[in-house]
Design a protein around this ligand. Structure first.
Ligand SMILES: *Cc1c(COP(=O)(O)O)cnc(C)c1O
Length: 476
């Protein structure tokens, strides 16, 4: 089996030379066609295969071996480059497989690097549920159950909601809410909240997709309750508020709060996005200042939201999922909608989220990797950075500890930096050093003529690995 493990370096096969071209030319009959000379100089596919990393599937190795030999036959590759080219391509294939990376970017919820890392407790629960599991079965009664009884119900409890349901991601959550509750009817959305979240998720497009009719209210910078009131009518199904997670408006701005909209008498649905369960962060000793005015799911519900949707893998710190919590009657309608089946989460995700929900209910959410990393005192990061810089300097690599700024990322909290620390390595060709780091599955930042590794996103247990990778990549 191919493993792209963090402790398993991506290696080229042993002794690629064994597949080197057989001595060419000597045996070639005088006057033979030049093409024959080339062929004679080439290894057979079998011979080349034997020299390629056996952890890569045979069919893939064979495809690469055949392609490389064909290129050499066509004269596009020198015969003596065949073995090395094949080894490199097989290695690149293996590196490209989905696997762990060391995130030294300082972006905690890096969309391209898998957003929230999943904690050990959740991973254990996910592993346990990987076999048969009572995902839709009530063991106490021996009857069929619902997959929403576990994580969905517990997450609802964790934020003070009546009921909850889990789907594939937050985009799916919004889609399900609109399709089940607003198809053929109107949804009021402030012009200031008709946002694109990224990856093609545009609020107006999702609305159109579900057959709900968008009614824009207010203006881009200012929308008041009166604007909503003027648009109310018999065709209105929902009032929707979208947290503009990834941008920020300043200046002459106004937005109507959930507490002002709920009394209008229509269900208010809040797409909170980031999944901060409680904006008082009771699981942390202090509320981090960089959270600023990030809305809490509990507070949205308390203000009168009928439903709140959010991601499982942003500030919640769990596996990828979309979570919808709120009024039981509405959640029941979502569960009964045909799309609920199409968008549902699998047992492994549900098991991971259940563990995450339990951590919040237990007051131990500070141990969730996202919160652990986000709340680490910057002085601790500085100490680690000093040690790494000193160790690199000992080996002759010009490195210094630097103050940096990490970010939550994942579209949450734009422009709000989290004070951090890292190690900077001077490089004449930083792009080459960065590429060598990526070969070792380490993703760092390039800043001017140096490589910066932010330690806020690196687990302390990975420091030595980072050190080794940096020392190796900085070699002249
Ligand atoms: C991130 C986000 C989404 C999309 O969530 P996914 O889980 O990535 O599908 C939707 N709405 C808001 C406000 C978001 O922040």
């Amino acid at each position: 089996m191919v493993r792209v493990g963090r402790n398993l370096p991506v290696v080229a096969a042993a002794e690629p030379q064994t597949a080197s071209a057989e001595p060419a030319g000597a045996a070639g009959a005088p006057g033979a066609a030049p093409e024959n000379d080339v062929r004679r100089g080439l290894p057979s596919v079998e011979r080349l295969l034997a020299a390629l990393d056996p952890a890569v599937p045979h069919a893939v190795r064979a495809r690469i071996a055949r392609a490389v030999i064909a290129e050499a036959r066509a004269g596009r590759l020198a015969p003596d480059a065949v073995a090395d080219t094949a080894v490199t391509r097989v290695r690149d294939f293996r590196t490209g497989l989905l696997g762990p990376v060391l995130n030294a970017t300082g972006v905690l919820l890096h969309t391209n690097l898998g957003r929230a890392p999943i904690g050990a407790d959740a991973v254990a629960a996910m592993t346990d549920a990987a076999g048969y599991a009572n995902v839709e079965y009530r063991l106490a009664e021996g009857v069929r159950g619902s997959r929403h009884e576990h994580a969905g119900a517990l997450l609802a409890e964790a934020c003070g909601a009546e009921a909850g349901i889990v789907v594939n991601n937050n985009a799916a959550a919004v889609l399900l809410v609109l399709a089940a509750l607003a198809r053929g009817n109107e949804v009021l959305v402030s012009r200031g909240e008709l946002v694109e979240i990224g990856g093609g998720f545009r609020v107006p497009d999702i609305l159109a997709e579900t057959g709900a009719r968008l009614v824009e209210v207010g203006t881009t910078n200012r929308t008041t309750v009166a604007d909503y009131e003027r648009a109310l009518g018999p065709d209105v199904a929902l009032v929707m508020k979208v947290h503009a997670s990834n941008y920020r408006m300043v200046g002459f701005v106004a937005a109507a709060g959930v507490d002002e909209l709920a009394p209008l008498g229509y269900p208010v649905v809040v797409d909170a996005g980031s999944g901060l369960l409680d904006d008082t962060t009771p699981w942390l000793p202090n509320r981090p200042p960089w959270l600023r005015d990030e809305p809490g799911v509990r507070q949205c519900l308390a203000a009168g939201a009928a439903l709140v949707t959010f991601s499982g893998d942003k500030l919640l710190g769990g596996p990828q999922a979309g979570i919808i919590v709120g009024r039981r009657d509405l959640i029941d309608r979502l569960k009964a909608h045909p799309l609920a089946r199409a968008l549902r989460a699998d047992k492994v995700t549900l098991a991971g989220l259940q563990a995450v929900a339990c951590a919040y209910l237990d007051g131990t959410a500070a141990d969730i990797p996202f919160w652990r990393a986000a709340a680490t005192p910057v002085a601790d990061l500085g100490t680690r950075a000093e040690r790494l810089a000193a160790a690199l300097a000992d080996e002759g690599t010009a490195a210094v500890a630097v103050a940096t700024e990490a970010v939550a990322g994942g579209g949450a909290l734009p422009g709000l930096g989290i004070p951090s620390a890292g190690v900077a390595v001077a490089a004449t060709h930083p792009a080459i050093v960065a590429a060598r780091l990526r070969d070792q599955r380490v993703v760092a930042r390039i800043e001017d003529d140096r490589i910066v590794c932010d330690l806020r996103t690196v687990a302390p247990t990975d420091d030595d690995r980072l050190l080794a990778a940096l020392a190796d990549a900085s070699r002249p």
